[in-house]
Design a protein around this ligand. Structure first.
Ligand code: PLP
Length: 420
């Protein structure tokens, strides 16, 4: 064994043995081969999954959209990784750090069927998308298209490039209940001119849960010479998709959201032939122009998080992303379908399952969202978040895979009482 191989070997040895997830595997083996929607409705199965989470008993947590905390297995292993990295210190950093980071990028890439060379691990969606927004070679008068319902941090960064470079931002306002895909595509198309450089679009709108027809939007934009950057904060590991089916140029997400990876984990996808066009903000000069690592030289950071991502992927793979997606959609449908026809109640999320994931939004006419949030917590011990944005006034409801239908019954009961 030469010195380098030896050091690498020792570095790998110090980590926890691979997860076995024995109980979870046993539960999953009982549902293999069954119809996805049938499993989605199987409360006994999901109760076993719930057993993997340490849940605070004081309230019903329907605010998993901020981040989806880790199941116990992922958390325990992440703590072991923290200990192991701390034990080795610089030795870890100088021997296996980069190799492990690449291993993680390859595993993340596998989930969406792209090359690991097109993926870089970041700290979150904000960092991923800001690398692109700030890394475009902007000229005065260039235009960018986005939506009023996009995430504030990205809208802010576009406002900054407008101030700095004279970029013109065009914002469309998306309907909560589109008639069809064409309505959305046409809306974005109407904002494109010969000066448009890039279109930013949410894969799943964070405040309503609406899933947008990304492929149709990218086809339309590309036909007009416009690049597409997808904000996938809420879609990755929530709905299953392949990057090639979206055909976007850039995709950013947070792995601490629906993958339930440790906090401070994200990814940026850049289509191979676009990598050398992005100006690095956290620069690395000694790499080939088309090496994606050139784009985020973030310096020394908590690298044990990288290893926790692998555990989170293993956890998700054990359950199966398709089962998880079906359950989340079912949960959204479960509570929204009981409230859609209730007087004064407004559901700000589409009804068709193909247009939503697990997130939903509900308001009550005559009650301010912030007041509704407070009353739901104080009177019913249900934790949610108020949304007061253009066209969307209500509470964002984000269950996770540990949520029971019984908990959602409490939500339905509370909203009905408050709407009287
Ligand atoms: C649509 C969307 N984009 C970006 C972000 C930012 O995610 P993070 O804070 O993990 O960077 C969020 C966070 O909720 C979001 O909902």
């Amino acid at each position: 064994m030469d010195k380098r191989t030896f050091l690498k070997h020792v570095g790998m040895m110090s980590f926890a043995a691979p997860l076995t997830f024995i109980q979870l595997e046993e539960a999953v083996s009982g549902v293999i081969g069954r119809d996805l929607m049938d499993v989605a409705k199987d409360e006994d199965f999901w109760l076993k999954v719930r057993g993997d989470y340490d849940l605070k008993p004081d309230y019903i947590n329907l605010e998993n959209g901020y981040y989806c905390f880790m199941p116990r297995q992922t958390m325990d292993h992440t703590i072991e990784h923290l200990r192991a990295v701390n034990y080795e210190g610089s030795y870890y950093m100088r021997t296996v750090q980069r190799e492990n980071k690449n291993r993680v990028a390859n595993k993340v890439a596998e989930i969406v069927g792209c090359s690991g060379e097109e993926v870089v691990i970041t700290r979150n969606t904000t960092e991923s998308l800001d690398i692109i927004i700030g890394g475009i070679h902007w000229n005065a008068g260039d235009e960018a298209v986005m939506a009023e319902q996009d995430y504030g941090a990205m809208l802010n960064h576009f406002d900054f490039v407008a101030d700095r470079f004279g970029v013109v931002n065009k914002r469309v306002s998306l309907p909560n209940h589109p008639k069809n895909d064409a309505e959305i595509v046409d809306l974005y198309a109407s904002a494109i001119t010969s000066k448009t450089r890039i279109l930013m679009v949410c894969h799943m709108i964070n405040i309503t849960g609406q899933v947008l027809p990304i492929r149709k939007i990218t086809d339309m934009a590309h036909a007009r010479g416009v690049e597409v950057m997808v904000d996938g904060a809420h879609a990755f590991s929530h709905i299953s998709f392949q990057m090639k089916d979206l055909d976007c140029d850039y995709y950013g997400t947070s792995l601490h959201k629906w993958l339930s990876a440790p906090l401070g984990a994200g990814m940026l996808y850049v289509k191979k032939d676009k990598i050398d066009k992005v100006w690095p903000l956290l620069a690395e000069r000694d790499l080939e122009p088309n090496d994606i690592h050139r784009l985020n030289h973030i310096g020394t950071h908590p690298v044990h998080t990288d290893l926790g991502i692998l555990d989170a992927i293993e956890y998700q793979n054990t359950i199966g992303l398709e089962r998880k997606e079906a359950r989340l959609k079912y949960l959204q449908h479960y509570w929204t379908s009981q409230l859609r026809d209730v007087s004064r109640v407004v559901i700000n999320s589409p009804v068709e399952m193909s247009r939503h994931g697990g997130i939903g939004n509900v308001g009550i006419d005559g009650i301010e969202p912030a007041d509704l949030e407070k009353r739901l917590f104080a009177e019913y011990q249900i934790f949610t978040v108020a949304i007061n944005r253009p066209g969307v006034r209500g509470l964002r409801i984000t269950p996770n895979i540990y949520t029971t239908t019984e908990e959602l019954d409490s939500l339905v009961h509370a909203i009905k009482e408050l709407s009287v």
